[in-house]
Design a protein around this ligand. Structure first.
Ligand SMILES: NC(=O)c1ccc[n+]([C@@H]2O[C@H](COP(=O)([O-])OP(=O)(O)OC[C@H]3O[C@@H](n4cnc5c(N)ncnc54)[C@H](OP(=O)(O)O)[C@@H]3O)[C@@H](O)[C@H]2O)c1
Length: 346
């Protein structure tokens, strides 16, 4: 480990794909005019982190500071930043593919992030809960508004072109993205049939977030079970696959109503999801908010959405460790999460 000074900050650097890693002290970032410097207090894990580490996904070069989501306290702001100031508690998207990561992602003591990728912590939730919000939210909005052209009119400034489906199925309802998608759709469409899959222990929670019915994806009759709960038992109009469920459940597209549009939006996970001919496959990336109408207001808007009760923390949050040193030992916990978000505190 290199030694710390007042002018330096600690990073967990992975030296090459798969490791090894070490904690390195580097000069504090020089902020671009539109950036803020966050003193990290919480790092939230995402399966993307493991794919970055093991497969090099979205890693421009090694050594690299991984991590895409976290929360902390603003230490300084660039000259163009107006709505945020030192001392503000914030959460944000801190890496991935949405913005420049020349100073690295979330796995460090201090991270520089463009201001539009940051939301002030809503007053009614903890900083740990706030850290769990932005990535799932933008990924769900990208799937619904950007890929499927289903408007969410309460997200002011986003496109209102397109129509709601007659029914929708969320595969992976207990994932961070799935739980976000269910509640966004329910808020916009009070009577839309929203079906979901998860293991049985999460059904009540997903009903509470707005799912009309939830089916156990481990059931041998999952396709028939979903169809049976769809309107008129005819199947659904649209699927959002948050967890590449279609890669193992290869007959899942049979739940699409043959008389309807048959769209299948799949969150990009690095696992290919084949769909049958005649199904309109849409690949979803959360980072597409940068090109979306109103996309740059989405993350900052989370503060008000949560404070007014329009959007809820989708999943319970569990602390699995403390400190940058601990982080590599506990990162693999994200591979086995079930209906929760795991975080490390700093
Ligand atoms: N491209 C992008 O922009 C982007 C952004 C964010 C995430 N991602 C990727 O998207 C995926 C989802 O991320 P996330 O953070 O939302 O997931 P997550 O919270 O880590 O997902 C965990 C959940 O997946 C559920 N699950 C696993 N297999 C399932 C299946 N066959 N059917 C139904 N549910 C299943 C589990 O359900 P039970 O506990 O109920 O069994 C568990 O609760 C990850 O692969 C991630 O890497 C991509």
């Amino acid at each position: 480990m290199t030694s710390a000074t007042a002018e330096t900050t600690a990073q967990l650097q992975y030296m090459q794909k798969g490791g090894p890693f070490k904690i390195v002290h580097v000069p504090k970032p020089t902020l671009a005019p539109g950036e803020v410097l966050i003193r990290q207090r919480v790092i939230a894990f995402n399966l993307v982190d493991v794919k970055q580490r093991d497969l090099g996904v979205l890693v421009p070069r090694w050594p690299h500071v991984l991590g895409i989501e976290g929360a902390g306290i603003i230490e300084s702001v660039g000259s163009d930043v107006r709505d945020l100031q030192p001392g503000d508690e914030v959460a944000g998207v801190q890496g991935g593919g949405a913005h420049d990561v020349s100073w690295g992602g979330a796995f460090q003591e201090r991270v520089a992030v463009p201001a539009p990728f940051v939301a002030k912590k809503p007053k009614n939730i903890s900083l740990k809960e706030a850290a769990s919000l932005p990535v799932g939210f933008i990924t769900a909005v990208s799937a619904i508004v950007n890929s499927l052209k289903i408007p969410l009119p309460f997200l002011h400034g986003t496109s209102t072109e397109g129509q709601p489906p007659s029914s929708i199925l969320v595969l992976g309802g207990s994932s961070a993205t799935g739980a976000a998608a269910i509640q966004l759709l329910r808020k916009a469409y009070p009577s839309l049939p929203i079906l979901a899959t998860s293991s049985a222990k999460h059904h009540a929670r997903l009903n509470d977030l707005g799912a009309t019915s939830v089916v156990d994806y481990k059931s041998p009759s999952v396709v028939a079970d979903i169809k049976a709960t769809s309107p008129g038992a005819a199947g659904v109009d649209v699927i959002i696959d948050c967890v590449s469920a279609g890669a193992s459940q290869t007959d899942i597209s049979d739940v699409l109503d043959s008389a309807r549009s048959k769209s299948y939006a799949a969150i990009i996970t690095s696992v290919p999801v084949p769909v049958p001919e005649g199904v309109n496959k849409l690949d979803v990336s959360g980072w597409s908010i940068v090109d979306m109408q109103g996309g740059m207001q989405l993350i900052p808007s989370l503060t008000k959405l949560v404070e007014e009760g329009t959007y809820r923390v989708p999943l319970p949050v569990r602390v699995v460790g403390h400190g940058l040193e601990e982080l590599p030992n506990v990162l693999d916990e994200v591979k086995s999460v079930s209906g929760e978000k795991v975080v490390v505190t700093l």
